[in-house]
Ligand binder design. Structure first.
Ligand code: AHR
Length: 499
């Protein structure tokens, strides 16, 4: 197979937004407890945070973290997670059928993000709660002091306000599984009024209205239109959530998931812009793709519902293989390509729960296969996103029709004199020889070319073999006279660095 493309700094999409490399920590399963927080662990610091996990989070290059849910937030009382730990209530947690000890809460989360240099992003509960609790939470979190709630934060050990700018107005409020789920009309009005009140407190907040829980929802499109009509003046973002998985052994369709993500993003952009035209509004709504990943959701939905109320159970601890990581890399390509409108994104989730980082309680932490495309994209995407239009053979897929075998995006950092090309070969059986015209970049050489590939597309990293799958230097690449030739193995994801 053969593909070609041109990478030229003239084909600008938008700046690379650092918030594209966000993630998500939910009080779900072992994401918090025995994930980022485990006071009894040998590597725990004085605050009980696992330093081995923190190191991997740093290496991953995560820029923002959304918290505390997810479905969890729709039944959560934020006050439960504040104040002296031995006085915090233990409660049943309905979204994931577990017991919440509240040993970790808002102030611990803020301290953890501060230590790691991560921007925190909070969700308010619009399921069982509403406007009053949202503005109380905001006062506790962001007001400097001198009021009841801000002084409570100070006396709880956080003298400085947490200064959280980005807030999600609820979570997946269209989902019948959501505690207190709503119609678009009900949610739109509540979100608009909550946003208005939050803005009275601080006009500089960045607010995210809930979009549909996914493009497969029966109300997808109509939900976005109605919610945005009601909230347009009061919010900055609409959220997108989508998870991808291999269905019935159909690897070719699974590998083409990025095409589905492209279509989803473009539909939300079109809907938001249609509302803009209808309202005669000036601003454009941005997209916060605040839950995305590979998730074997069908397996989760097929399980027996739990009758127990365990603390930090093992929930959706999917083990990712090579093909998962290739799809994952292609989802990052799609997000970057849409940087003109997708200006924030959160990989769901960060540790243990459908996560790039896995841990054992009391034991080690390791990188899943998906860790690598995330870390390499976050580290190498810089400057401006460039549109590349690969000329590629197409393959017919059962789920998404004809999809190009090669997908790619590039970034160009003019100041540093560097560029990066992210490219995926979705063919299941054949390598692709890629010819790229890079003359516009004036690059002198390829500083590195790393490819994630394995002859066994279902190979994974495990506790026993944590580095079974890692990206390797691809030596089948050369650059002459501004023209690059690289061989991309089947089912592979590659990052090329040029300087
Ligand atoms: O990330 C797991 C769950 O997926 C989240 O709690 C929810 O928002 C989504 O359905």
């Amino acid at each position: 197979l053969h593909a070609s493309m041109t990478v030229d700094p003239a084909f600008r999409v938008a700046p690379v937004h650092r918030r594209t490399f966000g993630s998500f920590v939910e009080h779900m399963g072992r994401c918090v407890y025995t994930g980022i927080y485990e006071p009894d662990h040998p590597a725990a610091d004085a605050d009980g945070f696992r330093t081995d996990v923190a190191e991997l989070v740093r290496e991953l290059g995560v820029t923002t973290v959304r918290y505390p849910g997810g479905n969890f937030v729709s039944g959560y009382r934020w006050e439960d997670g504040t104040g002296p730990k031995d006085r915090r209530p233990v409660r049943r947690e309905l979204a994931w059928h577990s017991t919440e000890t509240n040993r970790f809460g808002l102030d611990e989360f803020a301290a953890w993000t501060r230590k790691l240099g991560i921007e925190p992003m909070m969700a308010v509960n619009l399921g069982t709660r509403g406007l009053q609790e949202a503005i109380d939470l905001l006062e506790y979190t962001n007001h400097p002091g001198g009021t009841e709630l801000s002084d409570r934060r100070v006396s709880n050990g956080s003298p400085q306000p947490h200064g959280i700018r980005m807030w999600c107005l609820g979570n997946e409020m269209d989902g019948p599984w959501q505690i207190g789920h709503k119609t678009a009309r009900e949610y739109g009005r509540l979100a608009a009024e909550t946003a208005r009140a939050m803005r009275m407190s601080d006009p500089h907040l960045e607010l995210v209205a809930c979009g549909s829980s996914g493009p497969e929802m029966p109300t997808f499109g109509a939900w976005e239109a109605e919610v945005l009509e009601q909230t347009y003046d009061h919010v900055d973002y609409i959220s997108l959530h989508s998870y991808y998985e291999e269905h019935d052994g159909d690897l070719a369709s699974f590998l083409a998931s990025g095409a589905e993500m492209d279509a989803f993003i473009e539909s939300v952009v079109a809907t938001a812009d249609a509302v803009r035209a209808k309202l005669g509004a000036k601003k454009r709504i941005q997209l916060s793709f605040d839950e995305w990943n590979v998730w074997y959701r069908m397996r989760f939905e097929a399980r027996e519902p739990s009758t127990e109320w365990p603390v930090a159970p093992r929930v959706i601890e999917d083990r990712y293989h090579v093909a998962d990581a290739v799809v994952f890399g292609s989802l990052l390509i799609s997000l970057l390509r849409h940087s003109d409108r997708v200006t924030a994104a959160s990989l769901a989730q960060l540790v243990n729960v459908i996560a790039p980082i896995m841990t054992e309680p009391g034991g080690p932490a390791w990188r899943q296969t998906t860790f690598h495309p995330f870390a390499l994209t976050a580290a190498n995407a810089a400057g401006t996103v460039l549109r590349v239009e690969p000329e590629s053979p197409v393959r017919e897929t059962a789920r998404y029709g004809a999809v190009p075998v090669v997908d790619a995006v590039a970034t160009h950092d003019a100041e540093a004199g560097e560029a990066a090309v992210f490219v995926v070969n979705r063919a299941t059986d054949e390598p692709v020889t890629l010819d790229a015209d890079l003359r516009g970049l004036r690059a002198e050489g390829v500083s590195s070319c790393l490819t994630l590939h394995d002859d066994d597309v279902y190979a994974a990293n495990t506790l026993e073999r944590p580095d079974r799958v890692v990206p390797r230097e691809n030596t089948d690449v050369r650059l002459e006279g501004g023209r690059l030739r690289a061989v991309l193995p089947p089912v592979s994801w590659t990052v090329l660095k040029l300087a």
